[in-house]
Design a protein around this ligand. Structure first.
Ligand SMILES: Cc1cc2nc3c(=O)[nH]c(=O)nc-3n(C[C@H](O)[C@H](O)[C@H](O)COP(=O)(O)OP(=O)(O)OC[C@H]3O[C@@H](n4cnc5c(N)ncnc54)[C@H](O)[C@@H]3O)c2cc1C
Length: 380
């Protein structure tokens, strides 16, 4: 039996997130984008109403939600502004590897750090010379006595300047390829850690992105996650949990773009009729509605699968690839429908188009999602 209906609790979560997006996020979206200001004030409010740390188990004072509930919330918050929702949702990706692989002690300490008061953590994997090809990363971790010594640098790390800790991948054995990569929890205030300047990004400008340099950074041996060599596997498993939420955020942006386009098309007149009456315009909008629905079904399916213990690597890649590409197409078409107004920063759709682009890049580019899908088709 297939049932697409949401429970009363899920509808209530959706309503809460939508209200929050409408009242707290949307009114501030334009100024945060223009100034590139990190939305700490909004994060504090989100923390108070329970819209942060959604995936952290209740034992550690998180919301303890499954991926489907996170997906419902992510779409609404990103509908408000995906720059703000990425900034306040950064813990989601950083915590996923800990939820999968951390010891009880590690979870208590590091997940607890984020739920006692508003706080952030970052997922620090990408490097200046290695993005899609994670196994080519160069950061090293050397065991000396009871400590690992970390050297290397990370690039494009969301939330690095506000994080209390980082999830870091580093090589413990460079002769073993991806099996020589290990995962660590690194406190952000340790000597030898330098955070680079805030990067000047084209979209999602409320979110803060930085490089991180590790120079002879000493961390306790106890901060290794799982066993040596488990890092790559843990990082990839984490994506299966987080990519449905990224897809949902892309859908939120696409939906906002479509809604603006519909409103404009109803009131803008050309050749004596509203442009919504021109088939060239209303077919664009018909395609938007259809593609948003298809993307949402993929995101929900990928979320539902993992919540039900079903391996969802391919489904999560379908959802992330499709929703990311759909968000880019829909927001570009929304700009087209608004014509010159669409191209102006006075109207919200130009920002949505800038914001949408990152969904084809972070948490695995659209090409990498296709690579995963093809591997699943041919090699499994
Ligand atoms: C705003 C922002 C926030 C980010 N946040 C984080 C974060 O918090 N933590 C983190 O670790 N990283 C983060 N990233 C990094 C992001 O995940 C990487 O940028 C992304 O994985 C791509 O890596 P790259 O930029 O090195 O591009 P590359 O891997 O160099 O790829 C360049 C191009 O080549 C394509 N390509 C590469 N390999 C293949 C292939 N085999 N087949 C076909 N095409 C291929 C890619 O799709 C891309 O189009 C962030 C990036 C940005 C821009």
């Amino acid at each position: 039996m297939i049932d697409f209906s949401l429970s009363d609790e899920q509808k209530e979560l959706q309503r809460l997130a939508h209200e929050f997006a409408l009242k707290e996020i949307r009114p501030n979206a334009e100024s945060h984008d223009r100034e590139g200001k990190f939305p700490l004030d909004i994060a504090k409010k989100a923390f108070e109403v329970g819209l942060m740390n959604l995936s952290i188990p209740e034992t550690y004072n998180g919301a303890g939600f499954g991926v489907l509930n996170e997906v419902l919330i992510a779409e609404e918050l990103a509908w408000g502004c995906s720059g703000v929702s990425t900034a306040i949702g950064v813990n989601h990706l950083a915590c996923a590897p800990l939820i999968i692989a951390a010891s009880e002690e590690q979870k208590k300490k590091y997940l607890g750090m984020l739920t006692r008061e508003v706080g952030f953590a970052s997922y620090a994997v990408t490097e200046p010379q290695s993005g899609s090809d994670v196994s080519s990363l160069q950061t090293t971790a050397k065991l000396v006595g009871n400590e690992y010594i970390i050297n290397g640098s990370k690039q494009w790390i969301t939330g690095a300047s506000v994080a209390k800790w980082f999830y870091v991948l580093a090589k413990t054995d460079s002769s073993k390829g991806h099996k020589g990569i290990s995962a660590f929890i690194v406190d952000a205030n340790l000597p030898g850690i330098k955070i680079g300047k805030k990067e000047d990004m084209m979209g999602q400008r409320a979110s803060t992105t930085h490089s991180i340099t590790f120079e002879e950074v000493k961390i306790p041996k106890a901060n290794l996650l799982g066993q040596e060599g488990d890092g790559f596997k843990i990082a990839m498993k984490a994506f299966d949990k987080t990519r449905p939420g990224i897809a949902a955020s892309a859908i939120g942006v696409a939906r906002a773009g479509m809604e603006h386009a519909i409103e404009f098309a109803k009131s803008r007149v050309s050749f004596g009729i509203p442009i919504a009456m021109h088939q060239g315009i209303n077919f664009l909008i018909a395609d938007m509605a259809c593609e948003i629905e298809a993307a949402r079904l993929l995101a929900w399916q990928a979320a539902w699968a993992t919540d039900n213990g079903i391996r969802n690597t391919k489904l999560a890649a379908y959802a992330k690839r499709f929703a990311g590409d759909v968000a880019m197409k829909i927001t570009t078409d929304a700009v087209q429908i608004l014509g010159g107004y669409g191209y102006s920063n006075e109207y919200p759709v130009a920002k949505l188009m800038r914001d949408a682009k990152i969904f084809q890049i972070y948490e695995g580019t659209s090409q990498i999602q296709r690579l995963i899908i093809a591997k699943e088709i041919f090699l499994r």
